[in-house]
Write a protein that binds this ligand. Structure first.
Ligand SMILES: [Zn+2]
Length: 75
């Protein structure tokens, strides 16, 4: 019982945190673009290169070939 209680409270916490991040991303005007290698989705082990906002980490697009080359060469 205690274990499932713990899980429920963690899920609730996670949901609240996600909501908070969402709110921050909504208020952000994404004026700083950066290219990052990120997980395709939370459960995935596949990494993809995306344009994310440098302030709020929101995915704002897929890099162009030019941007991608710049990112890959810059490492
Ligand atoms: Zn942003």
């Amino acid at each position: 019982m205690a274990k499932s209680q713990k899980v429920f409270s963690l899920i609730e916490k996670k949901r609240k945190i996600s909501k908070e991040i969402e709110n921050l991303q909504e208020k952000c005007n994404h004026s700083k673009k950066s290219i990052k290698s990120i997980k395709e989705h939370e459960a995935s082990s596949t990494f993809v290169v995306r344009c994310v906002c440098g302030y709020c980490e929101k995915i704002i697009g897929i890099p162009t070939t030019q941007e991608l080359n710049k990112y890959l060469n810059g490492r």
